[in-house]
Design a protein around this ligand. Sequence first.
Ligand code: PMV
Length: 309
Amino acid sequence: MPSASEPPGNSTHTAPASAGGKIIVLGEHAVVYGHTALAGAIDRVVRCQAKPTDGLSTLSIPAWKIEVSVTDEDTPGKALRALLLAARADSVALHADSNIPPAAGLGSSAALCLAVARCLAPDASPEEHRAIAGAGEAQFHDRPSGIDVALSQCGGMARYDRLGGLVPLNVPPLSLVVGLSGVQRSTAVQVANVASKMTSDQGQTATAIAEMGDRAKEGIAALRNGDMETLGRCMSACHEALGIIGVGLPRLDAMVEVAMDAGALGAKLTGAGGGGAMIALAPGREFEVCAALGAENFESFVTTLGATT
Ligand code: PMV
């Protein structure tokens, strides 16, 4: 991993364990309500090592400015508690490093939880790792659909729904532009806001959620057929629907507009929204889109989904 640093005094640490981030191409939020989503693993990871300690268990992630102990009541502290409990682990000092931007919709918390699970229970089965990671992820998400942990574990590109779980897609890797809004947000807060809108509006949120599930299915079929125009249209339709359910952000809308003007076939926010990242599909024009975003002072990079397994 390019940016990983060694923890201090690594001789007594366990072997490092790692897990990767993800991008949801279509269907975030809808997947919480049982609809289909399309997502792919990215080649950015969290790497973690553990060292036994006589004191309180701790988690340190300098790259994300996180430094917590097991008694802390903030979200990372609660997640640490849940992970240790699920893994039935003794007191440990966990040190993690990552090149995934935190709280940006790129699966940072799931990658962290899975890397910690693999680190605390190296001999556990994939199912046990998923259960341990899921316990931690439940502290970061409200009603996690499970897509982030499942994808981090399996890699590649996949369709996902709560009932059927993860189904790998045999499609070529997909190149996307990722634009960072620089605004961190909590997935749990965004998911809870959507849940309250679901019960308080006149059905607009429910309709938009169903629309995103339909667009995800259409997008998966388009991806299988190599029909990038349709996939792009599905992405743009989902961006509009995500605005209707209340997780949009003017800065993300501005990035989407710049990407479309620069020749993208489709663009949308990805993940929980309210901040985080935008993705744009611009086959063969990725670097023009990045240049256009850069000209408007938006940070971006190109990534390939599904290249890791
Ligand atoms: O923003 P992220 O990486 O936490 O992804 C959230 C995806 C949601 O669909 C909004 C929630 C979920 O649990 O699937």
